[in-house]
Design a protein around this ligand. Structure first.
Ligand SMILES: C[S@@+](CC[C@H](N)C(=O)[O-])C[C@H]1O[C@@H](n2cnc3c(N)ncnc32)[C@H](O)[C@@H]1O
Length: 309
């Protein structure tokens, strides 16, 4: 049978016309169509099958449910018949009630969604949200970074360096552990990151030319430095005018075991110390503040301190 004849046949039944009108606004499941039209499930399924055969309707599975919608990509000649047929269907005696029921069903869908978000408002930021992660936020924020030259000081294996290297012009990762440098270099090579270079060196005198860097990052590294104030001064020297320092470190704490467990030299820093060292080194626009707190004991807090040369 030609597609025109199939369409005409599919549209020749008042029940199928009612369904076509209902699928005009939104996709609907068989259950929803049942509730709206007050018809039995098998009757609806049969009619949907015929409309699908004529390619006037398409379906989409979501979990256990199937949603039906108008096939907007249907053959042009098929669509030609749909408009007048649907217009005629508005004269059917069931049309008014169908529309009232449709509005009710669609409103209920919205209410259910709102109910969920209303229930979790106030807890949402701390609860699980599918697909939502700090990693994803980080990747998004990276895209607004200009092509910078970055020094990642006390880089470790280069978790952050690798992330930055995917966007930045060049990343120089500095660490005083030979093994970290060797491991990080091999990983960067394996991942094809040609703009990421690992160098063996000390935080207090990083192996970088003066005024050669746009951004210097010290992530959980400063509390390993012998002299944190001197490290901040050294970073000031290697930054270009306008360059920025970003220190992520632990807020001062009393968890002595951190020395043994994590090899820490300092038990975090007071915000006032970081502020003082940055200002004394000559940084402008200094900002220091706590940006995260752990829920588990010993409740480490992370402080972010930044400044501009
Ligand atoms: C806690 S890890 C942080 C690694 C990385 N920045 C991160 O956030 O995942 C500290 C790193 O600093 C390095 N480190 C410790 N003292 C250092 C020093 N004086 N100079 C350079 N690197 C140092 C260690 O080898 C280690 O890789």
């Amino acid at each position: 049978m030609s597609s025109t004849l199939k369409s005409l046949r599919a549209l020749s039944d008042p029940t199928r016309l009612r369904i076509m009108v209902l699928l005009e606004k939104d996709e609907l499941s068989v259950n929803e169509l049942q509730e709206i039209t007050r018809m039995g499930q098998s009757r609806i399924s049969t009619h949907l099958g015929l409309l699908q055969d004529a390619e006037l309707v398409q379906s989409r599975r979501e979990g256990k449910r199937t949603f039906y919608s108008r096939n907007q990509a249907a053959d042009g000649s098929a669509l030609e018949w749909v408009k007048p047929a649907v217009r005629g269907a508005r004269e059917l005696p069931e049309h008014a009630a169908d529309q009232v029921n449709l509005r009710r069903i669609l409103a209920r869908r919205n209410d259910q969604q709102q109910l969920y978000f209303n229930q979790i408002a106030g807890r949402f930021d701390r609860s699980y949200g599918p697909g939502r992660s700090w990693q994803a936020f980080g990747q998004m924020l990276l895209r607004v970074l200009p092509p910078l030259v970055v020094a990642d000081l006390g880089s470790g294996e280069g978790l952050l360096s690798e992330l930055l290297a995917r966007r930045c012009k060049k990343v120089i990762a500095v660490d005083n552990s030979e093994k970290m440098v060797a491991f990080g270099s091999a990983k960067a090579k394996k991942n094809g990151l040609k703009n990421l270079e690992f160098r063996l060196g000390d935080l207090q005198d990083p192996p970088l030319d003066p005024q050669s860097v746009d951004l210097a990052v010290l992530s959980q590294a400063l509390h390993h430095a012998q002299d944190p104030a001197q490290t901040v001064r050294a970073v000031h020297r290697l930054l270009r005018p306008g360059g920025q320092i970003m220190i992520l470190d632990l807020l001062q704490h009393h968890f002595e075991k951190a020395r043994e467990l994590y090899g820490d030299r300092w038990l975090g820093f007071a915000e006032s110390d970081l502020q003082r060292w940055l200002e004394a080194a000559g940084f402008k626009k200094v900002e220091v503040g706590v940006v995260a707190r752990e829920e588990q004991p010993p409740h480490f807090a992370t402080v972010l301190a930044s400044g501009e040369r």
